[in-house]
Design a protein around this ligand. Structure first.
Ligand SMILES: Nc1ncnc2c1ncn2[C@@H]1O[C@H](COP(=O)(O)OP(=O)(O)OP(=O)(O)O)[C@@H](O)[C@H]1O
Ligand SMILES: [Mg+2]
Length: 289
């Protein structure tokens, strides 16, 4: 399901003294099947942007088109029921939204809410819990007996059980330890590759962008500042530094070497590329002379 924003403005609390123009003339297309990272400073409009994809927020002007559904400021919620089944949003700290008596009941809530039978909801919940690698011994426990990372997996399973085609993740690894982060990112990569989900990932982790995304949207004060592949976006290091945006660790390290006069053919985005290029630099330089 491709996603297109056409001249979208969004104002929070319009026509009040508190009104806030949070999206300004957004024009972009996210291709079906892509893994798109959305980056930018705090307050740049990332969360506001993603909530337009299932019509949780509706454009003040302009329109958002997802597959064959157009969302404008006057679209009614009942027109969006079908779309919302296909667009799953995992909000920041989703574990705070768990509520049911058991893990399995929590995961079943979404599909039941969309009108599937109890039997079908049970099947989907079991499959979703397997996808997020939540062992069966936990399924009948209270979600509140789980660790923070496990609770987050249950919340993600609850979204997966609605069978989304687009999975939107708003800073999904915030607050997890390094191993928890790695496992979570591997889970999303698997869902992207095996289940062919289109992924929109809001993140401040530039290494995750470099390692997983194929498309990057940079937001800046409510506008799209740049769109491109990670290579395109991260190759303009001066622009990124001027916008106080971070670089992936490998690019950052290369940048430090560049400031000491080392030349790179291209800015490396991951450690493998960095090591390859350094080995080649050395081969041409000191070692054989
Ligand atoms: N409910 C709201 N009412 C009024 N203004 C809001 C509301 N939510 C967000 N804003 C404002 O809209 C702008 C964009 O906020 P948004 O939450 O989309 O930013 P963000 O890029 O997701 O930031 P962060 O990285 O901190 O999550 C900010 O100026 C913010 O203050
Ligand atoms: Mg946000």
């Amino acid at each position: 399901m491709a996603i297109t924003f056409k001249s979208v403005d969004f104002i929070y609390q319009a026509h009040t003294p508190f009104e806030n123009l949070s999206l300004k003339d957004i024009n972009l297309t996210i291709p079906d099947g892509s893994y798109t990272a959305i980056i930018g400073h705090t307050g740049s409009g990332k969360s506001t942007l993603i909530q337009h994809v299932n019509g949780l927020l509706k454009p003040t002007t302009g329109e958002v088109v997802v597959d064959d559904q157009t969302i404008t400021g006057t679209t009614k919620n009942k027109e969006l029921v079908h779309l919302r089944q296909h667009v799953g949003i995992v909000f920041q700290f989703p574990e705070s939204q768990l509520f049911a008596e058991s893990v399995i009941e929590d995961v079943k809530f979404g599909p039941i809410n969309f009108g599937v039978t109890n039997e079908e909801a049970q099947k989907r919940a079991e499959s979703a819990l397997q996808k997020v690698k939540m062992p069966q011994e936990f399924w009948d426990k209270s979600p509140f007996e789980l660790s923070g990372g496990q609770m987050r997996r249950v919340a993600i399973a609850g979204i997966l059980a609605t069978n989304p085609k687009i999975l939107i993740l708003d800073e999904p690894t915030a607050g997890l330890d390094p191993q928890g982060r790695r496992e979570m990112m591997e889970l999303f990569a698997e869902l992207h590759q095996k289940e062919k989900l289109t992924i929109l990932l809001v993140t401040h982790q530039m290494d995750d962008v470099a390692n997983f995304a194929d498309n990057v949207i940079v937001m800046d004060r409510g506008s799209v500042a740049k769109i491109g592949t990670p290579t395109e976006v991260f190759s303009d290091t001066e622009w990124l530094i001027n916008h106080q945006l971070g670089l992936p660790s490998a690019a950052n390290f290369a940048q430090k070497l560049i400031s000491h006069g080392v030349q790179f053919k291209k800015i490396p985005l991951d450690m493998g590329e960095l090591v390859d290029q350094i080995i080649n630099l050395e081969g041409k330089g000191n070692r054989h002379e």
